[in-house]
Design a protein around this ligand. Structure first.
Ligand code: R5P
Length: 372
């Protein structure tokens, strides 16, 4: 190499810096035993801070209970906006070689950030992790938005935006997705080589509604064919009768029930299960149909995701005020608005513990099957 003033200046720049060798790692092994995917790092975009913090607290508690000295790295609120509205992410720490779990609530009724803004924040966060050397990046999205746009409908020339979101996340650099009850089971196919681990609502509903086991006057009703499989498994498990409604949409976001198929003899109470409440139109139309035509006097509703829309709030209140709706069970897959949390008949299931266990297992390459 030809000596030069520039080279002279650079020589010695790295004096005293560690050069990593297999021996270095074995000498330092007592400091931190890492998973094959690198050091665990949980990071959260602003809309998911509420949930990520709960997972961090639980994870830390489990580490403490197990007598571990492992430190949990957590980066919160990693996204922000420039004055022109563009999203940016800055990472305050080196993420290279880390096993990163990026949390985002794509739907956040507690802020004025839209689904699209939250989606861009997630994509940007994933790309930041990827470009700055993360070893593996898992997107943690308890509610996977856009999943309802998974096929063309009878309305005009709609794209399969659920597939577009999958393409964007893959292009941003995700290695894995961890989610809860996405709108359709076959969503895995959209993510091609990227594993999608989805927690089903079945086990959660089974626990929540255990008191209903074998109650003769109660029937479980699926609002449409999409949720009938869940209702079939659920009702068999709890030894209950079930029925299915045939729903149609006269207009986008408008729900009507044509028929409810099932045996309602001696049934006065119903449990409606669905993957989500958006406008509340589905639950409202079905509840009215059951009361008007099937002899149902009261009902409970269990949904995986409540989008907290004003219209739904009014519809649920109306059903409750008329003495029909007794309990509304939702989860915190979406940060619930104060208006919903204040309803005297709502109960929220916390998902942070199951996400904590799944992250722990993914980090250490352990099977998830018994938890999903
Ligand atoms: C539809 O296929 C879903 O399973 C839900 O039933 C639907 O998204 C609920 O929407 P809304 O509350 O607006 O009727």
């Amino acid at each position: 190499m030809i000596p030069s003033p520039l080279q002279d200046m650079l020589n010695g720049h790295f004096d005293g810096q560690a050069f990593f060798t297999p021996e270095w790692f074995s000498r330092n092994a007592d400091r931190q035993v890492e998973s094959p995917h690198g050091r665990l790092l949980l990071a959260s975009c602003r809309s998911s801070d509420y949930f990520a913090r709960q997972v961090v607290e639980q994870y830390q508690r489990f580490l403490d209970q197990a007598g571990s000295r492992a430190e949990l790295l957590f980066l919160d609120e990693i996204d922000f906006k420039f004055s022109d509205g563009e999203t940016c992410v800055r990472l305050d720490v080196d993420v290279s070689g880390n096993d990163v779990f990026v949390f985002q609530a794509l739907q956040d009724p507690r802020s004025d950030r839209t689904v699209d803004e939250n989606t861009i924040a997630l994509l940007t966060a994933v790309r930041a992790m990827r470009e700055w050397g993360a070893n593996r990046v898992t997107a943690v999205v308890p509610y996977l938005a856009y999943a309802r746009q998974e096929k063309p409908t009878k309305f005009k020339r709609e794209p399969t935006t659920a597939k577009l979101l999958a393409d964007l996340l893959i292009s941003a650099g995700i290695d894995r997705v961890l989610t809860f009850d996405p709108h359709f089971d076959t969503i895995h196919g959209f993510y091609r080589h990227v594993p999608v681990n989805s927690i089903t609502s079945l086990k959660i509903f089974e626990k929540v509604f255990e008191d209903f086991r074998q109650q003769e006057d109660l029937i479980v009703v699926a609002p449409d064919a999409g949720v009938s499989k869940l209702v079939t498994y659920f009702s068999r498990q709890l030894k209950l009768k079930s029925a299915v409604a045939s729903k149609y949409r006269p207009q986008p976001e408008e729900a009507a029930i044509a028929e409810v198929i099932g045996d309602f003899e001696d049934k006065s109470r119903a449990l409606l299960l669905d993957d989500m409440i958006s406008t509340g139109g589905t639950i409202y139309a079905l509840a009215n149909k059951l009361v008007e035509e099937k002899g149902i006097e009261s009902l409970c509703v269990g949904v995986s995701h409540n989008l907290c829309q004003q219209e739904a709030l009014e519809r649920m209140r109306d059903l409750h005020d008329r003495g029909i709706l007794r309990r509304l069970i939702v989860t915190n897959s979406i940060p619930q608005s104060d208006a919903f949390l204040e309803l005297p008949f709502i109960e929220t299931v916390d998902l942070s513990e199951i996400f904590t266990h799944l992250i722990n297992r993914i980090h250490y390459n352990r099977s998830l099957a018994e938890l999903l």
